[in-house]
Design a protein around this ligand. Structure first.
Ligand code: NAI
Ligand code: MG
Length: 366
């Protein structure tokens, strides 16, 4: 396989710490996976860049990234700059400019990680939330009139296109078919209350479902779905929802599997016209930045998602196995009630990569 080029945007705060950890793991992986030929280019975009140049990335920033195979992203945001600036000047332009229409959040309860749910056992929670990432409730269409008077009115339009709903729902069904776990898709809806866009979503969902006779599916109202995620998370395999519903549900799903520091996400252009973006879901965590205690697992897991997207599923699986071997051995950062720091967890994962690899080498199994 030809060399693959990765744009690295570590960003702010613990973003820089966890991305460094992820890159160490990717480097170490070359020992057991010599086929990996990844080339990195770092971009210093983030709040420091903003202070110097007045923007979070150059005006032609997307053009710099366009030729890459993937973007590996840390986190952006600083307490002294409004969050809307960093979000709308850096992350949203990449997601929309590169038409990353799937926000993918795999959720798995790892052995050794305590769930806030008393009844949850490792392995039982293993699901993926597929969130629409380019339209829906997150639109700039709308406005206010009579501002500052008692008659003030705010209107915000939701945008649901057949094109947009169909492609994200089809992605979810394809994923369920290929995951072979439950082969089950739940569509998050709210067609009882939202009377125009959500029945439309349901209609398109049913049409796409008919194309996948080998995948079972159902639509659930998002409120009931949220409750079921807490009460019976083991019944879910793939969940697909609009931008807003998917956002909320993926946050609940991450919460029931432990801590924000371990959860990864991918912003995908499944059609591969543009680079996709891989990141931990957490932010820059200014409260612990610089202390060397950030949990690197979310960023390392995000690197595994990136490898999967780049066509290296075995290497990706190796990372996940090493992560779980590490949590199983109780080597975790303080957010998971452990004693280790970022380096300690990273080194433990690297050591377990080698262990996993040597176990599968020919000649050692006799
Ligand atoms: P946050 O995710 O940065 O932190 C929330 C809490 O979780 C903090 O107490 C933090 O210490 C802890 N935490 C997060 N990640 C951790 C890790 N890997 N290891 C250990 N503890 C961890 O969210 P917050 O505080 O709301 O936002 C801080 C900044 O990050 C803001 O500027 C915000 O806009 C930005 N942000 C950026 C995101 C991105 O770049 N995708 C996503 C979320 C927030
Ligand atoms: Mg969110």
């Amino acid at each position: 396989m030809a060399a693959q080029r990765i744009a690295v945007i570590a960003g702010d705060g613990i973003g820089t710490e966890v991305i460094a950890a992820g890159l160490r793991v990717l480097d170490a992986l070359r020992g057991s996976h010599p086929e990996l030929d990844l080339h990195y280019t770092a971009f210093p975009w983030g709040t420091a860049y903003y202070r110097e140049y007045g923007r979070y990335m150059p005006e032609d920033g997307l053009d710099h990234l366009r030729g890459f195979d993937a973007i590996y992203f840390g986190a952006v945001g600083s307490p002294d700059v409004p969050d809307a600036l960093s979000l709308w000047q850096l992350l949203i332009p990449m997601r929309r400019g590169f038409d990353q229409y799937v926000n993918l959040r795999p959720v798995r309860l790892l052995a050794g990680v305590a769930s806030p749910l008393a009844h949850a056992t490792p392995g039982a929670i293993d699901l993926v939330v597929v969130r629409e990432n380019t339209e829906g409730e997150y639109s700039e269409v709308g406005g206010r009139i009579y501002s500052g008077t008692p008659r003030e009115i705010a209107v915000q339009e939701s945008i649901f296109s057949r094109y947009g709903v169909e492609r994200v729902v089809r992605y979810a069904f394809t994923l369920a078919r290929d995951r072979q776990r439950g082969r089950h898709v739940v569509g998050a809806t709210k067609s009882n209350g939202i009377r125009v866009t959500m029945p439309f979503f349901d209609e398109v969902f049913r049409e796409v479902a008919a194309e996948f006779p080998d995948v079972t599916s159902t639509l659930m109202h998002a409120d009931a779905l949220a409750a079921q995620l807490v009460l019976r998370p083991e019944r879910f395999d793939v969940i697909v929802g609009s931008n807003l519903l998917g956002d909320i549900l993926s946050e609940i799903a991450a919460a029931i599997t432990g801590a924000i520091g371990i959860a990864p996400s991918a912003n995908l252009d499944p059609d591969r016209r543009f680079p996709s973006l891989f990141e931990p879901i957490h932010g820059s965590a200014p409260d612990i930045a610089g202390q060397g205690i950030a949990n690197p697992i979310g960023a390392i897991w995000a690197a595994a998602l990136m490898l999967e997207h780049l066509g290296h599923p075995a290497a990706a699986e190796g990372i996940l196995a090493a992560i779980e071997a590490t949590t199983t051995d109780g080597i975790t950062t303080p957010d998971l009630a452990g004693q280790a720091n970022t380096d300690g967890v990273t080194e433990a994962i690297i050591a377990r990569l080698d262990a996993n690899a040597s176990r599968t080498q020919p000649g050692t199994a006799s």
